[in-house]
Design a protein. Sequence first.
Length: 231
Amino acid sequence: MENIVISGGSSGIGKALAKRFVLQGHTVFTFARSGEKLRKLQNETHRGPGRLFPFVFDLETGDFFQLAKEIALTLGQVTRMVNNAGVLVNKPFLETTPAELEKVFRVNVLSVFPLVQKLFPLLAKGSHIVNITSMGGFQGSEKFAGLSAYSAAKGALAVLTESMAAEFSGQNIRVNALALGAVQTDMLAAAFPGYEAPVSPDDMAAFIADFTLNGHRFFNGKVLPVSLSSP
């Protein structure tokens, strides 16, 4: 069984992924801003057979050293890591403020630096880091008005994935990214009001879970599109 860290596990795909891993018998440490949502998740997974450890943490303002300390005390060692947390601003390019742009980049990509840096000593040999990016940040994909900040941040995360894989190549730690298409989440509703996605969070979580557990056997430094539709 694996020791898995998931960011943004309180809702949407992250929540579905955490539940799936626990039901498979893995140990999951997940963090998010909402303590209430995390408590609901814990209630939904308390029968196991795996174990869930929820932790309230804000990627914008939190102390990553303390987060890593908590994970070390709880898990000891990490074998899988899913950087899933994200935030979206749906606003025209010309109206996007510096504060909004900074928030989108800080949560979606900049937070990955201190998070992985502080957790790196806990990563076991053969670990797999999976970054959840978006088709909006996939080069050559269709782009949509109002999502410039989000798409740019997710594009940066895609390139960071390739760079991290090169950095860790001698450490036997593999890094990949999944560029997700439309999934029926609150974030999708904010980006495309009224649009109904062809994929549910549970269905996407099933794919991500399998890839997190096994994808490193076949891929490293890759950004893989996972999409049925546009958006």
